[in-house]
Design a protein around this ligand. Structure first.
Ligand code: PRP
Ligand code: URA
Length: 237
């Protein structure tokens, strides 16, 4: 149960009220953190954030932004040589070496997972259901479809919103216990607080985001953010 304090007159305290947060500038140089600077991304982000953007368009934009992020996040994947024949002559081509996994953190991560599937159609999708309690901001696991057999070179945990970082940190912990050799996190918007927590807790992963915002409000929502990414994708407003 959330704590109460005197200033709130006995009502539950808001979970981020009075919690110190790093500024944007303080987290800009974190190692292994990649923040998009692409103008097309900035253009799509503005449309995504706009409160007048309705769920069908919002979901389409999540997938478009996700494809740009997937392209960026997969730029260092390992390749192997393969002999093929073009209509003209034999040649040695290259293909991705080893399996690639994507773990959507349900439910808001589903649009990003779809984007990864459009970029790499044979990606394995490992669903993981985490829901954050709105009073405590603790993430709770409610669904897990991670296979026991691991044959991946890398797995991407995808979730549009990195707020306190609790969900992302838990997801990476769960994936690490599966023994995947390389993990990355891909999100759309991060708050400095959650970005710092994720980077400090898991310094061995790459983190790809489209935008770094200013702060969390007292309820743990990203400001200026875009509101609730799950509700806006799936029309449960
Ligand atoms: C949202 C979001 C992240 C989490 C981020 O999910 O999609 O998973 O909150 O917050 P955190 O960094 O403080 O953990 P939510 O729990 O609302 O579930 P949903 O995807 O079903 O909307
Ligand atoms: N989850 C969201 O969907 N939005 C936020 O701003 C924070 C968490």
């Amino acid at each position: 149960m959330a704590e109460t304090n005197i200033s709130s007159g006995g009502r539950p305290a808001l979970p981020m009220q009075g919690v110190p947060q790093p500024s944007r500038n303080e987290v800009l140089g974190l190692p292994r953190v990649h923040i998009s600077t692409h103008p097309v991304m900035a253009h799509k982000m503005t449309a995504l954030r706009d409160k007048n953007t309705q769920p069908p368009e919002f979901y389409r934009l999540v997938k478009e932004i996700g494809a740009l992020l997937a392209y960026e996040a997969t730029s260092n994947l390992a390749l192997e040589s393969v002999a093929i024949e073009t209509p003209m002559e034999p040649m040695i081509g290259q293909r991705l070496a080893g399996g690639i996994g994507v773990t959507p953190i349900l439910r808001a991560g589903l649009g990003l997972a779809e984007a990864f599937r459009e970029v790499i159609p044979d990606v394995q999708v490992w669903h993981l259901g985490l829901r954050r309690d709105e009073n405590t901001l603790q993430a709770m696991e409610y669904y897990n479809q991670l296979p026991h057999r691991v044959d991946l070179q890398v797995c991407y945990a995808v979730d549009p919103m990195l707020a306190t970082g609790g969900s992302a940190i838990d997801a990476i912990n769960i994936l690490k216990r599966r023994g995947i050799p390389r993990l990355s996190y891909v999100g759309i918007i991060a708050a400095p607080y959650g970005l710092l927590k994720l980077s400090q807790t898991h310094p061995d992963i790459d983190i790809y985001i489209a935008a770094l915002d200013e702060s969390l409000n007292d309820r743990g929502y990203i400001m200026p953010g875009l509101g609730d990414a799950g509700d806006r994708q799936f029309g449960t407003l």
